[in-house]
Design a protein around this ligand. Sequence first.
Ligand SMILES: Nc1ncnc2c1ncn2[C@@H]1O[C@H](COP(=O)(O)OP(=O)(O)OP(=O)(O)O)[C@@H](O)[C@H]1O
Ligand SMILES: CCCC(=O)O
Length: 358
Amino acid sequence: MKDSKNKILVINPGATSTKIAVYQDMELLFKKTVEHSVQDLQEFSRVFDQYQYRLDLVLQSLKDENTNINTLQAIVGRGGLLKPLAGGTYQVNKKMIEDLEKAEQGEHASNLGAVMAWNLASQLDIPAFIVDPVSVDEMEPVARISGLADLKRISLSHALNMKAVARKVAKEMGKKYEEVNLVVVHLGTGVSVTPHKKGKMIDVNNAKAEGPFSPDRCGGLPADQLVKLCFSGKYTYEELKEKLGSKGGLYSYFGTMDVREVETMAKYGDKEADIVLDALAYQVGKEIGAMSTVLMGEVDRIILTGGIAYSKRIVEDIIERVKFIAPVEVVPGEEELESLALGALRIMQGQEKAAIYN
Ligand SMILES: Nc1ncnc2c1ncn2[C@@H]1O[C@H](COP(=O)(O)OP(=O)(O)OP(=O)(O)O)[C@@H](O)[C@H]1O
Ligand SMILES: CCCC(=O)O
C-alpha cells in the first residue's frame, strides 16, 4: 500500500443538485451542494446539454475553496445509466463516454458524472473513476421476467448510496454486508426499493420505471390506461417520456419535486397534497413488503435513506406499515460522496484493481 496522500475531487450530479467534494485520502477538505430548481434546468432539452452549466459550478466551487485543480491526483464521478455491470470501481474510458453520450439506457443527471470527471482528468493527466453506477445489475434470473415476452425487467437504482448505507448498517450490527439480508430503500428524487441478499441486490424496482412514484417519476402505472394515453394523440413520444421520467410523481400533481413544499401545502389544508403524500408512503411500504417476500421474509433490517428520509411524516408512515417485517433503520441523506472517494482510494492505494468498461 502506498502511503502518500491522495487528493480526490468527487462530483455527484443528481436530478435536483450537483454535489462536489474534495478529499485528502479519506479526510474531507470541503463539501458543497448546489441545488437546481426546475427553472435552472428547463432551458436544457437533454441532460448532456447541462454539461457546461454543471462543470462551471464545479470549477467555481474549487475556486471558492482555494483548491488548485493541479493539486488533484484523481477525479471520481457518480456513474450513470451504462450497460448492466457488476458493482465496483471502474476507470472511465472512451467507450464509457461514448455510451453515456448516446444515452441508450436513458437520460439521467448521473450520466454527466463520468463525463465531467473524464474531461477534467484528461486535461490534468490523472485518472477518472466511477463507483457502483446506477446500472449495477445483480438481479437473479427469475427477477428479470416481466410477464410479457417482448420486455425484460432491468436493474437501474441508487446502487452507490444503498450499498454504502447497507455496509454501514451491517457494520453497526457487528456483521459484514455479505452476512446479512436487508431491504434498502433510497428515497430521493427517484425511489429504489431493493432486497440485498448477503451482499447482492437480487432485485429492484427499476427506479426509472417501476415501483412507487417519487418526487419526479410516476413509477409503475396501470398498463392499459398508459397504452391508451400513448395512442391518444394528446402527447408526442418525447413529451410523454419526459412526463413519465422527470415530470411525473409529485411534480405531476403539484408542479414541484420538493417534498417539503408539498408537506407545507398539506399542513395548510390542501387535501390532495395530504393524500398524495399518504400514497407515497403507502406505495413505498407496499414495495418493501413485496421485496421482503423476495428474501422469503428473512429480513435482518429495513433501511430508509435519501433526502426524503428527513421527512418525519413519510418515515413514520412507512415504519408503521412495515415494522412487522423487521426493525427499521433510518439513515437520512446519502453517503455518496464519501463512497465515491473511498472507491477511488481503494484503487489508488492498490487495494483493488479498477474494473474495465468495455
Ligand atoms: N428535510 C426534508 N424533509 C422532507 N423532504 C426532504 C428534506 N430534505 C430533502 N427532502 C426531499 O428529498 C428529495 C431529494 O432527495 P435527494 O437529495 O436524495 O435526491 P437527489 O440527489 O436530487 O436525487 P436522487 O437521490 O434520486 O439521485 C426532494 O424531494 C426533497 O424535497
Ligand atoms: C435510476 C436511478 C438513479 C436515480 O434516479 O438517481
